[in-house]
Design a protein around this ligand. Structure first.
Ligand code: OGA
Ligand code: MN
Length: 342
């Protein structure tokens, strides 16, 4: 939850941090700052042999397929309460949720990673597709937090100073929150912050997907964090501990480029297991697994390794917007992380 780019800060002393270092992306363009020849740094080749691939389960992966009537579900040995549902969201629905995540979910009153700086921003996606700009509409010397910012079409910006391109803001968007909003300063959910009720179709999907972890009960989707990952982003190891009832699962849906997910234990000293997450995959973390460190050290955005489904049929000959969505998702991953809060 908002731990994008976070580093554990223990310099590799814990097993979790060592796994993050093992799987993270090392940049190709880095050069030796102090070497006279400025030779290219050797790019370490990531050893992926220990990464569990739920599309190619091997003996010794410690994976069990469960009897569940609606869809295939896997459990992981030694991780009670963790469930993996491969390709839980069908192809065309994936594109629908990617579109929602980009065009609807970042709209106020939902907060985003830009809210603290700019206040409520309406129309980020539509402005980005028009190459628009964000400019201040408030008083010239106004305090940043009372100043209003609005998107304008290119060339129509009211002031040159402080103008930011919508495309840059979209690229920098790291998260948006759905349903009940979270107050980061109080580190708590706050129902007094204005919010829109949870999107009904997403709630229905979450309830269906959560069922393997609910023991016959019904999951209620009340809040979600939508994480946006670019090629260099990672989500540092963390535990989501702000919800009242930890027996209820977190329902985590992956969209877009493939990623590596690390599932550790209750301390960072427990060595995590690594697995691939692909577009449409769903992870459930309930019971004991709810208390475990987890994170995403790597996104694979290259077209050969992203394992992105072929959405091009949906974008071809279609509205321009679909083409822009396709462009975005080819370099990105979106995670919808759904919680029952109360
Ligand atoms: C989170 C989280 C995992 C993911 O948002 O808390 O753990 O797969 N996300 O992005
Ligand atoms: Mn989490």
């Amino acid at each position: 939850m908002g731990y994008l780019d976070a580093q554990a800060g223990d310099g590799g002393r814990t097993a979790f941090r060592r796994a993050e270092k093992k799987y993270k992306l090392y940049k190709q363009s880095t050069t030796h700052k102090h070497s006279s020849c400025r030779s290219r740094m050797e790019i370490p080749v990531t050893d992926l042999s220990q990464v569990i691939d739920f599309e190619r389960i091997r003996d010794g992966d410690g994976v069990t397929r469960l009897d569940h009537s609606d869809f295939p579900v896997y459990a992981l040995e030694g991780h009670t309460g963790f469930f993996f549902i491969p390709r839980a969201v069908p192809h065309d629905q994936q594109f629908h949720w990617i579109r929602e995540a980009l065009t609807v979910f970042p709209e106020p009153p939902n907060r985003t990673s830009h809210s603290a700086h700019y206040g409520p921003l309406f129309g980020l996606w539509s402005s980005a597709t028009k190459k628009g700009v964000l400019s201040p509409t408030g008083p010239e010397n106004g305090d940043l937090f009372v100043r209003k910012w609005e998107f304008a079409d290119p060339g129509e910006e009211r002031k040159q100073e402080g103008v930011v391109s919508a495309t840059a803001l979209l690229r920098k968007l790291r998260w948006a929150t759905l349903g009940v909003q979270f107050d980061w300063s109080k580190r708590a959910y706050d129902i007094s912050i204005p919010y829109r009720s949870f999107p009904p179709a997403l709630s229905e999907l979450a309830t269906k997907l959560a069922s393997p972890a609910m023991n016959g009960d019904q999951f209620r989707a009340e809040a979600a964090i939508v994480n946006f990952f670019g090629p260099d982003d990672m989500l540092g190891g963390h535990i989501d501990d702000m919800e009242a009832d930890w027996s209820k699962p977190i329902v985590s849906i992956s969209l877009g480029c493939k990623a590596i997910f690390l599932l550790g234990g209750e301390t960072r000293d427990d060595p995590p297991v690594a697995m691939f997450l692909r577009s449409g995959d769903c992870v459930l973390m309930a019971g004991p697994s709810r208390r475990c460190f987890h994170g995403v050290p790597r996104i694979f955005t290259g077209c050969k390794e992203s394992d992105l489904p072929d959405f091009s049929a949906l974008a071809m000959g279609e509205i321009k917007e679909n083409v822009a969505i396709l462009d975005y998702i080819q370099q990105s991953r979106i995670n919808i992380n759904i919680r029952q809060v109360f």
